[in-house]
Ligand binder design. Structure first.
Ligand code: PEP
Ligand code: CO
Length: 458
């Protein structure tokens, strides 16, 4: 990598980077973090990149989901378990409809820093710096907690390590065993989604019994007992990401070991900016958020800078336009990428372009707009002859009331009852499962690979 070092981003302009009062303290903390064990291994990110390469060819589908922002307050094993359960459920629903392997990536174990639309917040006439995520400052509206504090980086590293440890145990230790599919149910899931999911459970159990009769048993097949689960977050806090970047001893390449997959936000994807500079040198798979302000030529340049060798699985384009803008902006980008022949994955984030203020004053997202953007995303790809390869959502396994609508019919008035998010409104478990069922048909049409098509092709 020419003229690149883990710290070369420091020579560029970086938006949304926190400013610390005590720089010496920050450097001390970063030095400490740079000696901590990596959270993920380079080999794991490489494997993920290979599987994402399959997604780019339409042979698999990507599902990425989790909190908008993880918090110290919501850190609890039950929350991690419930998020994992819903990701397993959604993935199973998508597998059954698409007949494709689902690549599972959590927005978890490191998703702390947030870019904010305004650098300050005013409450009752008092103005303070905005909340920037638990690894930078505190939510509480007072001067002290809104000051960036480097010590928070140590706490978020430790929370990420413990979260990842539990997720690894869940994925490999028996919880994800397909014959235990009934354990993934959530008590509060509404009746109709619950009934539909039970039908899927029965299908799975039938298939397992059939395979067992044919001599293919769960005991012999690790693939039926475990899942591969990967982590991701926005590569926003560059000093932290730099401290977590290490040389992979097997290849000599740099990897950011804070997560398997890192993405560049819609607000920090300037081609000559610090975030792009940092991401071009690390070998992890990289996401680029694509919003309405992204010009097609700029996107091609970005892809060239970040993936000069056109490696499959390296780039995931995460479209986040809004249900009313996706038809206007997405086709141009798809056409430009098609023309350039670059290998990318197209994923849909139907959350960030659909945020509104409720009549009761809460930031919310209407479920119907989320569904509408996902459906348009699939239709547009169908029309362009390209592959709609993924879904990226903000969600939780808890029964929160943050997004309006869905089968539970959450209204503006209900929002205050369980509004727990530290940043953007998330789909609750019900809504995430409902979304998976509602887009099943789209996914089925979209899927080009099934046993039949592979048979026909061979
Ligand atoms: C996010 O994914 O939390 C986010 C801030 O998204 P975007 O960069 O697309 O606004
Ligand atoms: Co968000």
């Amino acid at each position: 990598m020419k003229n690149w070092k883990p710290n070369s981003w420091r020579t560029k302009t970086g938006k949304h980077l926190p400013v610390y009062e005590n720089e010496a303290k920050l450097n001390e903390v970063l030095k400490e973090i740079s000696k901590f064990p990596p959270l993920v291994f380079a080999g794991e990110s490489r494997t993920l990149k290979q599987i994402l390469g399959d997604v780019s060819e339409g042979k698999a589908f990507l599902f990425q989901g989790g909190d908008c922002a993880e918090s110290f307050e919501e850190f609890h094993p039950d929350n991690i378990r419930d998020l994992f359960k819903v990701i397993l459920q959604v993935s199973l629903i998508l597998t059954v409809s698409s007949h494709l392997p689902i690549v599972k990536i959590g927005r978890v174990a490191g998703q702390f820093s947030k870019p904010r639309s305004s650098s300050t917040e005013i409450i009752n006439g008092k103005e303070l710096p905005s909340y920037l995520g638990d690894n930078i400052n505190g939510m509480k509206f007072d001067e002290q907690s809104r000051k960036p504090d480097p010590i928070r980086l140590l706490k978020s590293y430790s929370q990420s390590a413990a979260t990842l440890n539990l997720l690894r145990a869940f994925s490999q230790g028996g919880f994800a065993d397909l014959s235990k599919v009934h354990l993934w149910n959530m008590d509060f899931v509404n009746k109709s989604a619950d009934k539909k999911f039970k039908e899927i459970q029965n299908k799975v159990m039938d298939a397992l019994n059939f395979m067992h009769a044919c001599g293919i048993t769960i005991e012999q097949n690790r693939r039926l007992r475990t899942v591969n689960f990967y982590t991701s977050h926005e590569a926003l806090h560059l000093p932290y990401e730099e401290a977590m970047t290490r040389v992979d001893s097997t290849t000599g390449e740099y990897h950011d070991t804070s997560a398997h997959f890192l993405w560049i936000g819609d607000r920090t994807r300037q081609i000559d900016g610090a975030h792009v500079e940092f991401c071009r040198g690390i070998k992890n798979p990289i996401g680029i958020k694509c919003g309405p302000s992204l010009d097609a030529k700029e996107l091609i340049k970005l892809i060239e800078v970040l993936n000069p060798e056109d490696e499959a699985g390296r780039i995931t384009l995460i479209a986040r336009f809004g249900h009313d803008k996706v038809e206007k902006f997405l086709p141009k980008l798809i056409q430009a990428v098609k023309k350039s022949n670059k290998k990318v994955i197209w994923s849909c984030d139907p959350m960030h372009g659909n945020t509104i203020k409720s009549t009761t004053g809460f930031k919310t997202r209407p479920f119907k707009d989320i569904i509408s953007e996902v459906k348009s995303f699939f239709d547009i790809h169908q029309g362009e002859g390209t592959y709609a390869g993924g879904l990226h959502i903000e969600m939780t396994g808890k029964n929160v009331t943050e997004c309006i609508g869905g089968a539970q019919n959450i209204t503006d008035k209900d929002l205050s009852s369980r509004y727990h998010t530290h940043c953007d409104p998330r789909l609750n478990a019900n809504q995430a499962i409902e979304l998976a069922f509602l887009i099943s048909e789209e996914i089925k049409k979209n899927s080009k690979y099934s046993i039949n098509s592979i048979r026909k092709a061979s």
